[in-house]
Design a protein. Structure first.
Length: 729
């Protein structure tokens, strides 16, 4: 998955060599259905539901689910085959350019019109896709312009809510392509400017949709040095600001440390990739590729305004600070008292620098075999400073791979390989074999299956570095010094049926066994009031299993409908502590244990339909999600200001913990597009649509500044009306 190679024939004379993705197999095998199945989403597909960013484009990919994990900043992640995003390899033209830190908000920063397609592979697949590709891979294949021209697109949308600041939200995208007369080289200049205003859905004065501003300019250049090679260079700079929390009055305009709940994040990222694909003769081809990313992130995570000091809205000059207050038998300060002042308040700084290298050599001289040898190198330096947590990590990994595609007959195809990874945090190399096979007994029936192993190194990932806000307390995660790797063993098998006619039916059964599961355990000692510390440890083993069913009906070029459904289960071997005190002595902070994974529904599905008639195109889609377990910290949200209720004046007391079960919900989207075509390929488009038509938004959100901001499970956004105008020339 993800190896971009030069095609053997260039099509029209002088055209750039088309870039095609192979799964350790020739492009023709991919197109006809190889041993490793690839499901693709193109920008033209995503345009039907008015997707501008990557996160929007993936919402109707079968088996994928987008999940929002924070009420204040709207951090989101992909979930596939019952596993969260950290079990995926998110690739750009075959390179894992999205680091753990960048992927927290990176899904909202990639413009879809820059892509040729988004390729999704489910299951472990090829050894070339990375050691952590247990659930699968999502590869962003770049679009290479072949003619001079451009595109301009402007979108405006309005979200429903009790309180909405500013005017309509906007997305402005533009790209200009310049291609040489002999079509030996080309340059694309592009940019995305986006702004979303904060929305208070339930009218409590605090945002459910964060205010976001994004600027993302960049350039892509390609050069064809000969008839059988191509060099592509990419650069993308993103500058995104997010602010959520208190929004009543002018709160969002004030410094975040002077307000109630506030999350303010500014991310600045530079990303560069360079890839050279070349055919060395009749039987050889190779690729050299590299990438560099630099991410700076400034953050403020505020629990209840300033953390201590006379500027704290809960400050009482007649009370002592927590460090000088009388203590109980367990050494904990007894209320009433003032919070100790935290130096730097809730400000933090993160820096991530990553270097990537990739070299691959393909030999396809044998009649039935194609061999691929590869070396991948990654070096990442991660620094993070917030309150008492200081991270200064250096991750180095070198992967050696050998893979063979073997096609003994028209009915059989095998892809088998092995990779060995040498990681700087592990004493010994980790060996990961993988194999995939295809059997086609008849033209109508095809069976595919795969077996593979993988691992995740003891690194800090995106969800570890995100600071959540629960009842005014901030939760931070540290890495256990004895943390070892997490190993995974996966299997996937299923048939595909393509009878004569318009139907396509397929199914997949999947199972993953995880040993030494990473888990963020609550620390027994909590030395800082207002800061809840967790430590990333190896917990008990776990498993994830289920089945996926997909059906597509394409009776004509004018109409197509597709539906998918997932039934899955995911659980640990033994119950894990998700909330509460370890000793269980505090009745207001009882332990909540569960064997099941949280925030993972047992079932979800989608159906989408597209109808075209002349210049008109209509889209209707529905996404359905079943119940899931969601941890919930319960607080007395009335906050009457009594110093006896909480640990300091004005803070309401915690009254308990629970493991909530979310209700069923269904999200319906609809749009209609009108296209006008003129001479020389010029097109103008007008699109009208509505996302979340029935406004199926979470109804039991916590309210006020002592809410549990991590208690979210519903759709990403409330009902949203959209209009888009586009011009291609």
């Amino acid at each position: 998955m993800g190896l971009a190679v030069a095609a053997r024939a260039a099509g029209a004379e002088g055209e750039p060599i088309p870039r095609q993705v192979i799964t350790a197999a020739p492009s023709k095998a991919r197109e006809l259905g190889g041993a490793i199945r690839v499901e693709s989403v193109t920008p033209e597909d995503a345009r039907a539901w008015q997707a501008v960013r990557l996160s929007d484009a993936l919402e109707y990919s079968p088996g994928l689910r987008l999940d929002v994990t924070c009420q204040n900043c709207n951090a989101s992640e992909i979930r596939l085959l019952g596993l969260p995003q950290r079990y995926l390899s998110l690739l750009q033209d075959g390179l894992p350019t999205q680091s753990g830190l960048a992927s927290t908000y990176g899904l909202d920063q990639v413009p879809v019109p820059l892509l040729e397609r988004i390729d999704v592979v489910k299951g472990p697949g090829s050894v070339l896709s990375g050691p952590g590709a247990v659930a699968g891979t999502v590869d962003l294949v770049p679009r290479i312009a072949r003619t001079t021209g451009g595109v301009l697109e402007a979108s405006a949308n309005a979200m429903q809510g009790k309180d909405r600041l500013g005017g309509p939200n906007r997305d402005l995208f533009g790209a200009f392509h310049l291609v040489g007369r002999q079509r030996k080289a080309g340059l694309t200049l592009h940019g995305l400017e986006s702004h979303t205003d904060a929305v208070d859905v339930n009218g409590d004065g605090y945002s459910e949709v964060a205010r976001r501003s994004l600027a993302a300019p960049g350039a892509r250049a390609w050069w064809k040095p000969g008839d059988h090679g191509q060099v592509v260079a990419d650069y993308l700079w993103t500058d995104e600001r997010r602010r959520g929390g208190e929004m009543a009055g002018d709160a969002l305009s004030r410094p975040p440390e002077t307000t109630g709940i506030a999350e303010a994040i500014r991310s600045r990222r530079h990303g560069v990739t360079l890839a050279w694909d070349q055919e060395g003769g009749a039987n050889w081809s190779w690729r050299l590729a590299g990438g560099f990313t630099h991410l700076d992130r400034d953050t403020y995570y505020g629990g209840t305004g300033p953390l201590g000091g006379s500027e704290d809205p809960d400050w009482d000059p007649t009370l002592p600070p927590a460090s000088q207050a009388p203590t109980d038998a367990n050494g904990r300060p007894m209320p009433p008292f003032n919070v100790d002042q935290v130096p730097g308040l809730g400000f933090g700084r993160s820096r991530d620098v990553q270097w990537l290298g990739d070299a691959r050599l393909v030999w396809h001289g044998a009649e039935d075999h194609q061999w691929t040898g590869a070396v991948q190198q990654r070096h990442e330096s991660l620094g993070d400073l917030f309150s008492s947590r200081t991270v200064s990590d250096d991750y180095r990994n070198v992967g050696l791979m050998l893979e063979d595609r073997w096609r003994p007959s028209e009915r059989w195809e095998w892809v088998g390989g092995v990779r060995a990874d040498l990681h700087g945090l592990l004493p010994d190399p980790v060996v990961s074999p993988r194999v995939a096979g295809k059997w086609q007994p008849t033209p109508e029936w095809t069976w595919r299956g795969s077996l593979g192993t993988g691992f995740r190194a003891p690194e800090l990932f995106d969800e570890d570095l995100h600071i959540s806000n629960v009842g005014g307390d901030l939760q931070v995660v540290r890495r256990d010094p004895s943390l070892r790797e997490e190993r995974s063993y996966s299997a996937l098998i299923g048939p595909e049926w393509r009878p004569d006619g318009p139907w396509v039916l397929d199914a997949n059964a999947f199972f993953t066994r995880i040993e030494g599961t990473f888990f963020n355990r609550i620390d027994a000692e909590q030395p800082e009031p207002g800061i809840l510390r967790r430590t990333k440890v190896n917990a008990d083993d776990a498993w994830v299993g289920g089945a996926e069913f997909t059906a597509a009906l394409v009776p004509s070029e004018a109409f197509r409908i597709e539906a998918s459904w997932i039934e899955q289960r995911s659980q640990f071997d033994r119950p894990q502590l998700h909330l509460g005190g370890i000793d269980g002595l505090d009745p207001s902070d009882p332990p909540i244990l569960s064997r099941r994974f949280v925030r993972v529904p047992d079932r979800h599905g989608m159906v989408k339909a597209v109808f075209k008639h002349g210049p008109w195109e209509a889209f209707v889609g529905v996404r359905v999600t079943g119940p899931m377990l969601v941890p919930h910290v319960l607080n007395d949200l009335s906050g009457d200001g009594s110093p006896l209720l909480g640990s300091y004046p004005g803070q309401p007391r915690q009254i308990g913990n629970t493991m909530a079960s979310s209700p069923w919900f269904a999200v319906m989207d609809a749009s209609i597009t009108r296209t006008w075509r003129a001479a020389r390929g010029t097109e103008a488009r007008l699109m009208l649509g509505c996302r979340n038509l029935a406004d199926a938004y979470q109804r039991d959100l916590d309210v006020g500044r002592y809410r549990d901001g991590a208690y979210t499970y519903g759709p990403r956004f409330p009902r949203t009306f959209l209009v888009t105008v586009g011009l291609s020339f």
